[in-house]
Design a binder for this molecule. Structure first.
Ligand code: C5P
Length: 301
């Protein structure tokens, strides 16, 4: 269509509504360094954000409601477990008298896909509520509500490339070059908990070291570092989602692919390219050969 990628149908977002982008999150690396006594895994992950994502609007009011729209709406329910509503409730618990309202989610990203769609939506909800209530972006109650909603929500609330550590609560900003990228999801939903469970790491275990992020490294050296720092969730995900081998092969075969890897707990895989033009060409090839897959060319970093 002729509409720009982030345009929102005007009828979904009446005037007086506030709107926020909810960009897809991509884990360029994801090292599992052990498992804490509370059961969560200790991670070190380089996170970047894509030019593509969902969009969330808020019409401020007294009640809390959620309306779903867009191509991914059918895969989701506007039930109390929806991360938008969970994030709103988590903030309301921390901010007495918080003004809520009616959210409209334009769902574009695949669900349970490892690119943080739900986490990005939750973070966008927190940003909208902060705007509607005059809460400063660095208010610790926002960070608290984010972590209470999910491990990836603090990074999505920050929304720029960063090194994510701990369970997801420790964020260090990093500067990344811009990459062209293609995201491919074979439309197989993946449960994050299932993938972590398949690692079978006993609580209270610490192992594995990572090599430190090469701050300021030129693009080629950064790519070398990325290739040496894998996503440790890829092996268990391949066991549970065998089609990942086919997704990887399809991306590797595209001209100019510099790195091919899975994001998060899957099943979305991404490839990095020199720029958006090369990425767009690669996306056309993959989408043409695999019409049932979700294929998106975008910018990253
Ligand atoms: O934090 P969140 O609810 O998004 O995590 C979903 C599940 O993924 C957790 O219940 C846990 O099983 C697993 N997880 C983990 N270690 C992390 C993040 C998530 O074990 N750092």
């Amino acid at each position: 269509s002729a509409a720009p990628p982030n345009a929102s149908p005007a009828h979904l977002f009446p005037t007086l509504a506030l709107a926020e982008r909810a960009p897809a999150k991509v884990n360029l690396t994801l090292r599992v360094l052990g498992r804490r006594a509370d059961g969560y895994h200790e991670l070190s992950s380089l996170v970047a954000f894509a030019g593509t994502g969902d969009r969330l609007a808020l019409l401020p009011g007294d009640d809390l409601a959620l309306h779903l729209d867009g191509p991914g709406a059918g895969a989701l329910a506007a039930d109390p477990d929806n991360l938008v509503l969970r994030a709103a409730r988590a903030l309301a618990e921390r901010v007495p008298g918080l003004r809520l309202g009616r959210f409209t989610l334009l769902k574009r990203l695949p669900v349970a896909a490892g690119i943080g769609g739900g986490s990005a939506d939750a973070a966008a909800a927190l940003r909208l509520l902060a705007r509607a209530n005059g809460i400063a972006a660095d208010d610790p109650r926002l960070a608290g509500a984010a972590l209470a909603t999910g491990s990836d929500v603090p990074a999505c609330l920050y929304g720029r490339s960063c090194l994510m550590e701990g369970r997801g609560e420790s964020l260090t900003p990093v500067a990344l070059p811009r990459f062209g990228a293609v995201l491919v999801n074979p439309r197989v939903p993946v449960s994050t908990a299932d993938i972590f469970r398949a690692l079978a790491i006993p609580p209270g275990t610490r192992h594995g070291v990572t090599s430190p992020f090469p701050a300021g490294a030129p693009r080629g050296a950064l790519l070398d570092w990325l290739r040496a720092e894998p996503n440790d969730l890829e092996a268990p995900a391949r066991t549970l989602v065998p089609v990942l081998d086919e997704v990887e092969a399809a991306l590797r075969a595209t001209p100019g692919a510099e790195l091919v890897r899975m994001s998060g707990s899957g099943a979305t895989m991404f490839a990095l390219y020199e720029n958006c033009r090369v990425a767009a060409g690669a996306a056309r090839i993959v989408a043409g050969a695999h019409p049932t897959w979700w294929v998106k060319s975008t910018v990253l970093g």
